[in-house]
Design a binder for this molecule. Structure first.
Ligand SMILES: *Cc1c(COP(=O)(O)O)cnc(C)c1O
Length: 417
């Protein structure tokens, strides 16, 4: 096999790192430094010319290390490794998922532009759109997973701002009910409203599936975004974010990142590189565990309905079509309705002994929470109803524990209802 064809999981321990540049250390050290020493003044000048876009980088020229707000070995190597999973040209890492998301909005939207987004979105993203972007004169238009792309196109036309559409922003599977959105459909929609002067972009927040199970760029998205706090970090011990896409688009995002100063620090970069080494085995174990948990929940008398990608029926034609083309796994996020309401859901949550009652997801430990009063407390009543975010809904992020122990815990907590 050609060396170039190694799978991403085989390269997570070594890709982009040269031990000979670090005293032979097998692991990339933490480059806890704010600035870098130039060999000569000429070298410093050359580095700045490229960094500030005063000239194009030469074919063999590497971006020189200048100052850790612009670049740092821990960040650059991490970014190179992250590109492998999504087949992206370039990646930018941030100190949080929200800083990746807000930087994308700030780079690509200007007053008067139209932002179209799927609903519901992660609470922080939703807040930034409704309470910040609108203040800056950006027009916003939400749509839901069950709306067809033709319906969305019609809503865009009717908004009166179709010629200012700039960005379609999507989260799929939607949190917390695993509703699906057709990324390729969104990409076609973007093309339909693009003109020579105005290219409409599609950005997908892929946090819910991590870099393993859904590859938005392959379905026509321009940008893929992660809260690296979730599966990428995977140990509930670091907050970080990432955005990937073409060199052209990520170059713009890195430009703004330099001036906002919201890049991840070297310590965060090092922690995430450590996490990436086990990304695949962690996520695969989580998905296997989730399948067992989902099957247990489905047959349980105290459970009314289970929202899990593995249970999408071929009879549900449109959803099944999207599922088949877009997903490589059923994932490890499960939501379910207990029979009853908030009291029954809370009784379940309060009686868990192994699974932790906490928001966040994608970590090694299993987490449970109540979307209606926690992660999605801020969602309008109308959207909650439309998206089945009711008082009886519980969300589970399945971890790497022994699945029999998880099932025992869930069983005894359901019995307490
Ligand atoms: C957690 C999360 C975010 C925000 O990421 P932070 O790292 O907490 O800033 C964005 N989108 C989704 C889907 C998330 O789950």
């Amino acid at each position: 096999m050609d060396k170039k064809n190694f799978r991403p999981e085989s390269l997570m321990m070594s890709y982009g790192y040269k031990p000979e540049l670090s005293e032979g250390a097998i692991k990339c050290p933490i480059f806890q430094t704010s600035t870098f020493v130039f060999k000569t003044a000429e070298e410093g000048k050359a580095f700045f010319e490229v960094a500030y876009g005063l000239r194009e980088k030469g074919a063999k020229e590497e971006l020189g290390l200048i100052y850790s707000r612009l670049n740092n070995p821990d960040l650059e190597i991490l970014e190179n490794r992250l590109t492998l999973w999504d087949g992206a040209e370039e990646c930018a890492v941030f100190e949080s998922g929200m800083s990746a998301i807000s930087t994308v909005f700030l780079e690509f939207l200007r007053p008067g532009d139209l932002l179209v987004f799927s609903s519901p979105l992660y609470g922080g993203t939703d807040h930034f759109i409704h309470h910040f972007l609108t203040d800056f004169g950006i027009h916003i238009l939400g749509f839901q997973a069950n709306q067809s792309m033709d319906e969305v196109a019609q809503k865009i036309e009717e908004s009166g701002y179709a010629n200012r559409l700039k960005l379609i922003y999507v989260e799929t599977p939607a949190n917390p009910t695993n509703a699906l959105i057709d990324i390729e459909g969104c990409s076609e929609l973007a093309k339909r409203f693009s003109t020579k002067e105005n290219e409409v972009l599609v950005a997908v927040d892929n946090t819910y599936m991590g870099p393993l199970w859904q590859h938005p760029l392959k379905h026509g998205a321009d940008l893929v975004i992660y809260s690296a706090t979730k599966y990428i970090g995977g140990h509930s011990d670091v907050i970080a974010g990432a955005c990937l896409g073409s060199s052209k688009l990520i170059g713009r995002i890195k430009g703004l990142r330099t001036f906002l100063g919201n890049m991840a620090g070297p310590w965060t970069g090092w922690l995430l590189m450590r996490s990436l080494e086990t990304l695949k085995p962690r996520m695969e174990t989580q998905a296997r565990n989730a399948e067992k948990v989902a099957k247990f929940l489905k047959d349980h008398p105290k459970v009314e309905h289970v929202y899990y990608l593995g249970f999408i029926s071929p009879d549900d034609k449109e959803t099944y079509r999207i599922f088949k083309k877009q997903y490589e796994s059923n994932g490890a996020m499960i939501s379910f309705d207990v029979k009853g309401g908030e009291h029954e859901a809370f009784t379940f949550l309060n009686n868990l002994k192994l699974i932790k009652l906490a928001v966040s997801l994608g970590s090694t430990e299993s987490l449970a929470e109540h979307p209606a009063t926690m992660t999605h407390a801020d969602v309008s009543h109308e959207d909650k109803t439309a998206m089945n975010i009711t008082e009886k809904l519980v969300r589970l992020s399945v971890g790497v524990e022994n699945p029999d122990d998880l099932i025992w815990d869930i069983g005894q907590a359901l019995d307490a209802i």
